[in-house]
Design a protein around this ligand. Structure first.
Ligand code: Y43
Ligand code: MG
Length: 191
């Protein structure tokens, strides 16, 4: 934890425009969000390790307070892999073929995990806020605009891609993680 006051705006370091749009929508009216796209090295490890490291690197790169986020897609049949490495499977297979990863398994259960990391600046220890949403991996349904949205069917029976954005944000891994971030922000002194 840090005793440094939270700034009046958060500098969200991400290169993903779809993530940025969701975070902007969810934090609208809560705190001003700014964005910088810094190409950060992502280590291998658990999602917590990946996010903490991402937050430290981003704070070093910017020389100030940062918010970062790492998203995982975990398959139960694979003991939570690919997890933080889902990006590389997405890039390789694309949304139309991703479901084939579980074609040899009966259990299609998946969990979307979002972990935000806030770091008050270089040398500060980041803190994390995590949200998880259960679902299953299915053949793509809906627009293939954002990552694996069209392959992740939630307990509503719809894929993320078939839902209105505001509905996705209400139940999503990212929405849940940002609820925790909001609670924390409300408890902090501001600069
Ligand atoms: O809500 C989502 N719905 C569908 N797909 C999603 C979602 N959120 C992230 N994704 C994708 C993007 C990337 O293929 C991987 C996460 O990788 P991740 O490293 O966290 O994202 P990224 O490299 O695109 O952006 P960043 O610059 O913030 O690291 O899952
Ligand atoms: Mg990334």
């Amino acid at each position: 934890m840090t005793s440094t006051p939270v700034p009046k705006h958060l500098n969200f370091i991400t290169g993903n425009k779809n993530k940025l749009a969701e975070v902007q929508a969810i934090l609208e009216g809560v705190i001003e969000l700014r964005n910088q796209n810094v190409d950060l090295v992502e280590i291998q490890g658990t999602v917590e390790e990946v996010t903490l490291d991402k937050a430290r690197r981003a704070a070093e790169a910017i020389g100030g307070p940062v918010l970062v986020e790492d998203t995982c897609l975990c398959f139960k049949a694979m003991n939570d892999l690919p997890g933080p490495y889902i990006k590389w499977f997405m890039l390789s297979l694309g949304p139309l073929e991703l479901h084939k990863m579980l074609s040899g398994f009966d259990d299609k259960s998946a969990q979307a995990v979002c972990t935000f990391g806030y770091c008050a600046g270089p040398g500060h220890e980041p803190i994390t806020f995590q949200g998880r949403t259960d679902g299953k991996l299915v053949p793509s349904r809906g627009p293939t605009v954002f990552g694996w949205d069209s392959c992740f069917e939630t307990q509503t029976g719809q894929t993320y891609a078939e839902m209105e954005k505001v509905e996705k944000n209400k139940i999503s891994h990212r929405g849940k993680a940002l609820e925790k971030l909001k609670e924390w922000l409300a408890s902090q002194p501001t600069a």
